[in-house]
Design a protein around this ligand. Structure first.
Ligand code: GLU
Length: 421
């Protein structure tokens, strides 16, 4: 296991975006350079090498990271991503956003993120299990229910969390359900966790549309990404009466003016592995610039940027993904009167129910699906009200208001604890 504290690379990317947002918040809050630097820099980060024996007997070396951005308010918390695009700066940015997300929603955690640079589509389940077990073993001194609690993210799922929990537990000599969240329900997972991020996205999307005087029933929406977040978000939007006119995945986008039948699209994806070729839809060129009321980017970072923000026609943009809008695009969208509901609010449903799962695991007492969903709705509504009130009072965009509220909470905890030694 090797520790790295590399300087940030200079090309603009998610870490620059995250630091730009933080800089704006600390300037508004009147914090000094020392506090900014502390919040801009991860508390702890590790890079591990993962030698993998492929099914054909070859050996391959993969690289993984775990970054703990902050733990002033409690254990570090955040997902584990398997993607060919994973790099340390991306993980640092995602870890920082987790800190703000947990603080904003008043979930008693700091922020963390992990990643392995791998394209999981090219590996068998047995290979992914070996990767997960070796990665877990390498980072195990850093994780645990009171230290750092991983969860699924892009390219990982409940099976990944089952392997991670098992590997950690075998090393500890007893079962530790609270070391990971997003586990299978039969293995200490929470009811409602799998759909939680999307439910939260839809709670705030409906509130955001209404705040703009748009009736969600009959409003139009486009959803980018048809994975864990986008597919359920599309489904729940449609169930709420929104006409989902386009969806996309990494292979392409499809649309229908009359609205897509989302359960049929899901069936098509189950059989064909992509939304592309869905018989009751036409191919769509650029989903992000469609003339819709609501746009939900629910894929990856940086998709709405200076080069396309002028063309975005949606009135309301609700960030299902982490970091889909760059600061330059934020400025453009703001000047064009668009409402952007930021990731740290919009997609917080996942970590909220992760928190519920951890609470249930630590108490060995399980809640009903209705209880989970009612508590999730309550937290999302409270956060939406708080952020929109703060934004209105200070005349700030929602992202700036949300980041200020979150950063202030983290800074308060940090200052109350004081510096050691
Ligand atoms: N990966 C999710 C996120 O980005 C969930 C994290 C968690 O539940 O810890 O918010």
């Amino acid at each position: 296991m090797t520790s790295t504290l590399q300087p940030a690379v200079t090309a603009r990317g998610p870490l620059d975006d995250a630091r730009t947002q933080l800089r704006e918040a600390t300037t508004i809050l009147g914090y000094d350079e020392g506090l900014y630097s502390m919040l801009a820099t991860p508390r702890r980060e590790v890079t591990v090498s993962i030698p993998l024996r492929r099914d054909n007997g070859d050996t391959e070396l993969l690289i993984g990271h775990r970054v703990q951005h902050n733990f002033s308010r409690g254990p570090a918390k955040g997902g584990l991503r398997y993607s060919p695009d994973v790099n340390l700066d991306e993980v640092r940015a995602l870890a920082m956003w987790m800190t703000w997300k947990c603080a904003l929603l008043d979930v008693p955690y700091g922020g963390a993120k992990g990643g392995v640079r791998i394209d999981p589509r090219n590996y068998s389940s047995a290979e992914l299990e070996r990767v997960t077990r070796r990665y877990t073993s390498e980072i195990s001194p850093l994780i645990g229910p009171e230290r750092d609690i991983p969860a699924p993210d892009i390219g990982t799922d409940e099976n990944t969390m089952a392997w991670l929990m098992d590997t950690y537990s075998v090393q500890q000599g007893h079962t530790v359900l609270g070391v990971a969240t997003g586990k299978p329900v039969s293995l200490g997972g929470s009811l409602g966790r799998a759909t939680a991020t999307s439910r939260g996205v839809v709670h705030v999307a409906l509130a955001a549309l209404r705040s703009r005087g748009i009736d969600p029933v009959g409003a139009t929406a486009a959803v980018q990404g048809f994975g864990k977040v986008g597919s359920y978000a599309a489904r729940f939007l449609a169930e709420a009466g929104v006409r989902v006119v386009a969806v996309s995945d990494q292979y392409g986008a499809i649309g229908s003016h009359a609205g897509l039948d989302i359960p049929s699209v899901e069936e098509h994806v189950d059989t064909h592995g992509s939304v592309v070729g869905f018989p009751a839809g036409e191919e769509v060129d650029d989903l992000l610039t469609l003339d819709v009321d609501l746009l939900v980017p629910a894929a990856i970072e940086g998709v709405v940027h200076a080069g396309n923000a002028e063309q975005v026609r949606a009135q309301v943009i609700v960030e299902g993904a982490n970091g889909p809008t760059t600061p330059e695009a934020d400025t453009i969208l703001q000047s064009r009167g668009r409402l952007v509901v930021p990731d740290i609010l919009a997609n917080a449903g996942g970590v909220i129910v992760s928190y519920f799962e951890w609470v249930q695991a630590n108490q060995a007492y399980w809640w009903s699906a209705d209880e989970v969903e009612a508590r999730l709705a309550d937290r999302m509504t409270t956060a939406w009200d708080r952020v929109t009130e703060h934004a209105a009072r200070l005349d700030l965009p929602l992202r700036t208001a949300a980041t200020c509220l979150a950063v202030e909470r983290v800074a308060q905890a940090h200052l109350l604890r004081g510096l050691y030694p």
